[in-house]
Design a binder for this molecule. Structure first.
Ligand code: LUZ
Ligand code: MOS
Length: 769
């Protein structure tokens, strides 16, 4: 079954915030932002802008009727800067005008003078100055201090990973409608309706029931709209509230890239101790997270980093510390993987270094230490239904790792200027929000008198196919045709207190809520059917494909007859349900618990070919064996896996954010910030779903799919590193992502005393394909 939105998208009929029909009197808003990374506002004169063409309102912090606050975990982020600006791009004022052009023109009329203050952009520097978002945290297992002298080799190092721009196709935006009694209705491109609802209510000093948020779908989000859709919704709501007019704000790509936060860059120190056999005895790691200028989701992301410090491995002695550092960059935020990729990258880097020191293949160390059933994670949870080894072994067998490895060795021995690299990347990702309270969802299901079904949940469709999966869950549970079911927009008045659509959990949590609601309807349907059939035992009723069976016998009663008959008998045809993940808990004092409902596992084999003359490369293939339980929708899950792989590769080897010395993003266009395109995509991507896997805990035995495959991309970095090592075995490369072609080239020829090699004509021909 295809994604239900595919046809609409293809025909251009699916609607996004910027496509909604303009209401009468619509105004357009645009923000004035700080041009400096840190400073004190000396002059903010909006007067000239007020009289500019088409302008209907200019607002600053002082105009906010409620609290000037958009921070959720920590209230440390003003919607509009008050006195101090903390990063380039921080909103300072807001203009609303009759057209977007007028609004933007008017921005130029605002006088803003800022006295600059010293700024810091490096997380380690920030930490040294005590600029922390929250106190640092440490997870530990065993006795690291005592374990070092049991090790036969100890390697330490530093690892850097860069940020990443989300590049959702639909930029941030919101449309706010002013309604009667000062109520606000918002169409927001958000993953987190309740976060927007709460923030707008607090900003305007309204009770939450006066703020309605509706989301039809998003054009991608990837975490970028978990918290960071909020400011734009707040701005639209503020102007709508004060002007009593509908107001829209939709960011241009350029502004979206400049003003919004990204994946957190990390700078980390590791120390790893092993036996000569490759068995890891101890691992110590400190993560410096570059949080940017406000907390946003950083504390939660830092927490997920710690949970994934040891990746897919069991290590008996671990100490993982994470430090969330306040810098003068836009607040960094959720991005697919949520801090786990950063941790898993450091783990793989440590293994890679250890392999070199021991003269072993990294795969030998990886395999030796791979998680087994019952192994303890540093946070006190044991690996259950652990598929780490089955995925690893299946991938090795199915794709013939030994053979590929041999072929790569032969290739490298036979060519001088082209080198291949190969890497295995096992993944292990914990499913559940680490904030336990968020692991709940609601559903509201109506059956109309014609037998059609309307389903509302807290899940936001953002291209990931949750709407399709929810439709399948409802149709399967009620045993109706798929076409009977329609999943509605997500709306705070139909399903309240929504958790963000995030953490790969939306299909699980909301699917379960839908299943519960449908089951309670089914119970009523069966009772009514028994009555219609003149029987007394409703437990003998079954509904199969819209036909009622009694005691295993087909009857003449069908869905189409049953529903109106229930209505006529005044039986409730609506059901609401709530689902909360059972059994999960975490004790933050002890830093131990059982925070994840289950884990997702997998292994990918990545092969790259590097052109050592130019530093350019191709990812030849990524071949994965992925554990997704019993997929509800293999087509969607495959799409998620393929997309995740490409996005993960982009983070590791292609996408590079560059800032000026004064904290201005230089790569603020898609011409300077390179994202994966079809030519970058591996020539071959194979994703095989592990057959033996089952997951009674997931919806319809499936496993979450959204984030885990992203981390296969880490294999791309190490495949490339292997290719570089094949060319320059004398060098110890800096473990710093992204490995862009530019960086690869400069690295390959560092310390080179001889001339760059010259080439025989035959070899040259090979390059000019
Ligand atoms: N969002 C969140 C997430 O609020 N908590 C999480 O644990 C999480 N994990 C992954 C992605 N988003
Ligand atoms: Mo997310 S990174 O699941 O919003």
């Amino acid at each position: 079954m295809k994604n239900l939105d595919a046809a609409l998208h293809t025909r251009g009929e699916s609607r996004f915030v910027d496509d909604f029909t303009h209401p009468e009197g619509l105004l357009f808003a645009a923000p004035l932002v700080s041009p400096v990374a840190h400073g004190r506002i000396k002059v903010l004169d909006t007067e000239p802008a007020r009289s500019a063409d088409g302008v209907r309102g200019v607002f600053t912090a002082g105009d906010i009727p409620g609290e000037n606050q958009v921070g959720m975990i920590i209230p440390d982020e003003a919607l509009l800067a008050d006195c101090i600006v903390h990063y380039v791009g921080q909103p300072v004022a807001l203009v609303a005008a009759v057209s977007e052009e007028c609004a933007r023109e008017a921005l130029k009329q605002i006088r803003l003078e800022i006295e600059e203050l010293p700024a810091v952009f490096d997380p380690r520097q920030a930490a040294a100055r005590g600029e922390l978002i929250v106190p640092s945290r440490t997870f530990s297992l065993g006795d690291v201090g005592g374990a070092w002298n049991k090790c036969e080799v100890i390697v330490a190092g530093k690892v850097e990973s860069g940020g990443q721009e989300h590049v959702y196709l639909e930029t941030q935006g919101a449309l706010a409608m002013h309604e009667e009694e000062g109520r606000i209705k918002l169409f927001s491109a958000t993953q987190s309706l309740t976060v927007v609802q709460k923030a707008v209510a607090r900003l305007l000093g309204l009770p939450m029931h006066k703020v309605e948020v509706d989301v039809l779908r998003l054009g991608g989000a990837f975490g970028g709209k978990e918290y960071q859709a909020t400011p734009w919704a707040c701005m639209a709501a503020l102007a709508a509230h004060l002007l009593k007019k509908p107001v829209k704000i939709v960011l241009h790509r350029h502004d979206d890239m400049r003003l919004t936060g990204k994946r957190h860059p990390y700078s980390s120190d590791f120390k790893i101790g092993l036996k000569d056999s490759g068995e890891i005895i101890a691992y110590e790691v400190t993560f410096y997270q570059n949080a940017g200028a406000a907390a946003d989701l950083s504390p939660a992301i830092m927490e997920r980093t710690m949970f994934h410090a040891t990746g897919s491995y069991f290590i008996p002695n671990v100490r993982a510390t994470a430090v969330s550092c306040r810098t003068n960059l836009p607040p960094n935020t959720a991005f697919r993987g949520f801090g786990a990729p950063q941790a898993m990258f450091v783990m793989e880097a440590a293994i890679s270094r250890a392999a070199k020191a021991l003269g072993l293949e990294p795969a030998v160390i990886q395999e030796k230490n791979l998680l087994k059933e019952g192994d303890m994670f540093p946070y006190g949870m044991a690996a259950e239904n652990c598929q780490a080894r089955s995925c690893w072994e299946t991938a090795g067998r199915k794709y013939g790792f030994a053979k590929i490895s041999q072929r790569v060795k032969e290739f490298n021995a036979s060519t001088r200027m082209k080198k291949k690299g190969l890497a295995l990347m096992p993944i292990c990702f914990g499913i559940s929000f680490t904030n336990i309270a968020l692991n709940q969802a609601g559903a509201l299901v109506h059956i109309y008198t014609d037998g059609s079904v309307s389903v509302s949940t807290a899940a936001v469709e953002m291209g990931q196919g949750v709407k399709t999966k929810i439709t399948q869950v409802a149709a399967q549970t009620l045993s109706t045709d798929i076409k009977r079911v329609r999943v509605e927009s997500t709306n705070t008045t139909r399903v309240a207190n929504t958790s963000p659509t995030a953490a790969s959990s939306a299909a699980d949590l909301n699917g379960k809520a839908v299943e519960l609601a449908c089951r309670s309807l089914l119970k009523r349907l069966k009772a009514a059917a028994a009555e219609d059939l003149g029987e007394t035992e409703p437990e003998k009723v079954e509904i199969k494909k819209e036909v009622v069976f009694f005691d295993g016998r087909k009857t003449s009663l069908t869905w189409e007859k049953l529903i109106p008959s229930m209505y006529a008998r005044r039986i409730n045809l609506s059901a609401q349900a709530h689902y909360a993940t059972p059994g999960i808990y975490f004790d933050k004092k002890k830093e131990k618990g059982s925070p994840f409902f289950y884990h997702v596992y997998g292994t990918a084999i990545t092969e790259v070919t590097l052109d050592c003359l130019r530093g350019t490369y191709e990812v030849d293939s990524v071949k994965a064996v992925h554990d997704c339980g019993r997929s509800i929708n293999p087509l969607i899950d495959r799409g998620q896996a393929e997309g995740g792989i490409v996005q993960g590769l982009g983070w590791m080897i292609l996408e590079e954010l560059q800032y000026s010395e004064d904290g201005r993003l230089l790569t603020d266009f898609l011409s300077t910030y390179k994202v994966p395109d079809i030519y970058f995509v591996p020539r071959e991507i194979e994703v095989h779903f592990l057959e033996s896997s089952d997951n009674p805990l997931g919806i319809l035995n499936s496993k979450a799919i959204g984030e885990p495959p992203f981390m296969y991309g880490i294999g791309g970095f190490f495949a490339l590193l292997r290719a570089m090592e094949a060319f320059r075995p004398d060098l110890e490369f800096v473990l710093s992502a992204p490995l862009t072609p530019e960086k690869v080239l400069l690295t390959l020829y560092q310390g080179e005393e001889t001339e760059r090699p010259t080439y025989k004509s035959k070899e040259r021909k090979a390059f000019s394909k």
